[in-house]
Design a protein around this ligand. Structure first.
Ligand SMILES: NC(=O)c1ccc[n+]([C@@H]2O[C@H](COP(=O)([O-])OP(=O)(O)OC[C@H]3O[C@@H](n4cnc5c(N)ncnc54)[C@H](O)[C@@H]3O)[C@@H](O)[C@H]2O)c1
Length: 348
């Protein structure tokens, strides 16, 4: 899928982050993926130099292709795994900041392949910290996950709640948070190693999220179904709720965490929109937006590891990072649905 890097600009990044990243050098792991490519594009737009390392196991390289021309030598793409220590050392050399996005995603896929998830998401995260430490990186920002909250009934989910991972994926993400905190305390600050922060993303969506996978995230999967004239599939009764969060909010939180003065010491922050939407309501809204109200969802049994309700409390992220969502759910969904419709029209 090719699109212009400016095709879906919704946020005035210069107004939000000014010159904070101009001339700075960053490594984005998983930089060819959905969130990583948005982050890479915004960093380049703000004047940073970026190395993106990605083994292309979950992306095909097309997300970064439109950025290459305008960025010139400020973008270098390293096609390699974070399990390859030599490639990682080469990619991180000279970086001041690391945005660690590389991972295997999807709860159901992790239930099928727990060992692979442990290797990439947990050992891979240790590798990233060790490479960052050897290279003198100042701060690592880690892509953690709201799946850490599991099925705790209390809502909203707050960072003070004990983690309760229910799937191998969630377990690897909680382990990643532990690595961030432990490395910051053992080696960070005065020890010369990187300071760290973990961002618990809640159901991120937006342009370029992969819809062509059996494990696609729900908004991407629904868009694909409606555009193909098929009923969307809902696992469970559809009353499960999520805090669907446009990708610009995740990018914004990463930039805030990277720029925050002082030491963060592995603290964990929710990154979300703060709005609770059921999956059936989501399907109804997308059916309306795509002009297919007659395509009623098909309900299948709930999947192992899925959680029932999820909505974030954002007070800690506001107090600790100055984070507030920059794109609300409705505006983000409209833009995203429009992007999938344009991709579909261009492909037929
Ligand atoms: N999208 C969400 O809703 C969400 C929610 C919570 C957390 N996250 C986390 O955010 C990060 C980015 O997710 P995304 O939605 O952009 O997914 P994505 O699959 O589009 O991006 C992940 C990228 O990592 C790359 N990758 C996988 N294994 C690798 C390896 N061994 N070495 C190098 N690169 C590798 C993939 O090729 C892919 O490009 C992930 O860490 C994910 O766990 C995402």
């Amino acid at each position: 899928m090719m699109d212009s890097p400016t095709a879906d600009v919704m946020t005035d990044w210069g107004a939000l982050h000014g010159a904070a990243f101009r001339g700075r050098r960053a490594l984005v792991t998983g930089g060819a993926g959905f969130i990583g490519s948005h982050l890479t594009g915004v960093l380049l737009g703000l004047g940073a130099s970026v190395v993106a390392i990605d083994d292309l196991s979950g992306a095909d390289g097309s997300n970064l292709a439109p950025l290459r021309g305008a960025a010139g030598d400020r973008l270098r793409v390293v096609e390699a795994s974070i399990l390859d220590a030599a490639a990682l050392a080469d990619a991180v050399a000279g970086a001041e900041l690391v945005f660690h996005q590389a991972a295997l995603g999807s709860v159901p896929r992790s239930v099928e392949r727990p060992g692979d998830f442990y290797a990439v998401n947990t050992t891979g995260t240790v590798n990233v910290m060790e490479a960052a430490r050897a290279a003198g990186v100042r701060r690592v920002v880690f892509a953690a996950s709201s799946s850490a909250y599991g099925d705790a009934e209390a809502l909203p989910k707050l960072e003070t709640m004990a983690p309760q991972p229910l799937s191998p994926y969630a377990a690897t993400k909680v382990a990643g948070e532990a690595v961030m905190r432990a490395w910051a305390h053992s080696y960070g600050g005065a020890g010369g190693g990187p300071d760290t922060a973990s961002l618990r993303y809640f159901n991120i969506f937006g342009a370029r999220q992969n819809a062509n996978s059996a494990y696609a995230a729900v908004i991407a999967a629904f868009a694909k179904a409606f555009l193909a004239g098929e009923a969307p599939v809902i696992y469970g009764d559809g009353t499960q709720s999520r805090d669907f969060t446009h990708v610009d909010n995740a990018v914004h939180a990463n930039l805030l965490a990277a720029a925050r003065p002082g030491l963060v010491r592995g603290e964990v922050f929710n990154v979300a929109c703060g709005e609770r939407v059921t999956v059936t309501a989501l399907a109804r809204q997308m059916a309306g937006a795509l002009g297919r109200p007659e395509l009623a969802p098909r309900y299948l049994p709930e999947r192992a590891g899925d959680v029932k309700h999820s909505v974030a409390g954002l007070e800690h992220a506001a107090a600790g990072l100055g984070y507030r969502p920059v794109v609300g759910f409705a505006r983000g969904l409209a833009a995203t649905v429009g992007w999938y419709a344009r991709q579909h029209a261009a492909a037929v």
